[in-house]
Design a protein around this ligand. Structure first.
Ligand code: PGA
Ligand code: ZN
Length: 432
């Protein structure tokens, strides 16, 4: 049984407060977990609770209220529960919050307890977390989607799309895939530097130069891949996260490309149809295998159109669109919107609900990708989750900034532990 629960305020990778939670069991085991936080958060995500009325503390971003919810209300109810009954613990957390979007106790308060309980359970059984959550047959390693170039809300540059990622689809194992992409990352730095661009990094560790448009970003990425000695597309493919909700102008009804506008000295905008055409062009020119949030988060009919046009050849990932919520995913499945779902545990608030979403995706032929947030901590739970649920893909940033690298290092360790049984495959080869 759970003997005690304790939460405290710590800092995340952007210097914003977040929650660290400890769950103590009767046998003396402690599970500790901390909660990440997004910058380009989706409108339909579960709500993280911040101390908005205390503007004099961390500009109103403190999480004292959420911490108190864990230490008072949640602790009172959850202490005494069976730590191995994750589903019951998560259900209880949802019940005591009582709202659809977890705005009462806060998704941050709830998630910390959900993850710390799982970690305490695994530790008290003396098995790694990925085995506890995934079972004895767990063996599939994820292909990283390594975000090497940051734009949008994650950097102060003029790149309109948020993320440009490398996927080592032709690697033989996770460790080699990581090496290949890391070499390209270093090559990219040298190329940028050589051309007089800044090589400072954004929130997820990717470079954040003032490249004028998507074309020039894709070109330099291809050059970096080739110069590092790899075959674009075959060994290393490209993936984008447009984070289109962030560039959508609701009143105007179009996507506004502020950065691109600056270079062209005229306002560059694209309608839904024009943006889909633009993606089609990019896919034609570059080995882009995956586009996330290509359209904004409420436009299910636009997504349906995009999926009909591009979905056969390209992975179309709903992040802000689905927000790891099985109800929103079900709506997408109903109208054939997207063909993959991004899974961020803090978008929904409990491990069990994230697992439900992954199952629903699987049953309907949608892929799942486990993901970090742009605000992270040293917590590596998502590495274990990616292996446990065998989703085959993970987004966890560049090979830079410890809060990102920690997850990659954890994955290398897991691959070593699984040993000969470990499986690594191109997620686009067998349709999954
Ligand atoms: P966020 O961005 O964590 O800032 O929301 C990540 C993403 O959009 O994938
Ligand atoms: Zn995204």
């Amino acid at each position: 049984p759970i003997k005690d629960i304790y939460a405290r305020e710590i800092l995340d990778s952007r210097g914003n407060p977040t929650i660290e939670t400890e769950v103590l069991t009767e046998d003396g085991t402690v599970g500790c977990a901390s909660v990440p936080s997004g910058a380009s958060t989706g409108r339909y995500e579960a709500k993280e609770l911040r101390d908005k009325e205390k503007q004099d503390r961390y500009c109103g971003r403190g999480v004292e209220l959420a911490v108190n919810h864990v230490n008072d209300q949640i602790a009172r109810e959850v202490i005494g529960m069976n730590v191995y009954d994750q589903l019951e613990i998560d259900r209880l957390l949802v019940r005591i919050d009582g709202t659809e979007d977890k705005s009462n106790l806060g998704a941050n308060a709830i998630l910390g307890v959900s993850m710390a309980a799982a970690k305490a359970a695994a530790k008290s059984l003396d098995i790694p977390l990925y085995r506890y959550l995934g079972g004895v047959h767990t063996k599939r390693m994820p292909v990283p989607m390594m975000n090497v170039l940051n734009g949008g809300r994650h950097a102060d540059n003029i790149i309109d799309f948020q993320e440009f990622m490398l996927m080592p689809v032709g690697a033989c194992c996770f460790k080699e895939g990581l090496r290949m992409c890391t070499e390209v990352y270093h090559m990219l730095k040298a190329l940028l530097k050589g051309r007089g661009y800044h090589t400072g990094v954004g929130d997820e560790g990717g470079f954040a130069p003032d490249l004028p448009d998507t074309d020039s970003v894709c070109k330099i990425l291809l050059e970096a891949i080739e110069t590092a000695g790899y075959i674009p597309g075959k060994e290393i493919a490209l993936a984008l996260d447009a984070a289109a909700s962030e560039i959508y102008d609701r009143d105007y009804g179009k996507y506004v490309f502020v950065g691109e506008s600056r270079g062209r000295e005229k306002k560059v905008t694209r309608s839904t149809e024009e943006l889909i055409d633009y993606y089609a062009e990019l896919i034609e020119k570059y080995p882009i295998v995956s586009i996330e949030d290509g359209l904004e988060e409420s436009d299910f009919s636009g997504w349906e159109l995009m999926t009909a046009r591009l979905g056969l050849q390209t992975q179309l990932v709903g992040d802000d669109l689905f927000v790891t919520n099985s109800k929103r995913l079900a709506k997408g499945i109903d109208c054939n919107a997207a063909n993959a779902v991004l899974v961020k545990v803090n978008q929904i608030g409990t491990l069990s609900e994230a697992f439900d979403t992954i199952c629903l995706a699987e049953e309907n032929g949608y892929r799942s990708i486990i993901s970090h947030r742009s605000g992270e901590t040293a917590d590596t739970t998502i590495a274990d989750i990616a292996v446990a649920f065998g989703t085959g893909q993970i987004k966890t940033g560049a090979p830079c900034r410890s809060e990102r690298v920690e997850k990659y290092n954890r994955l290398m360790k897991i691959e070593e532990e699984i040993g000969m049984e470990a499986e690594y495959k191109n997620p686009f080869m067998d349709g999954k």
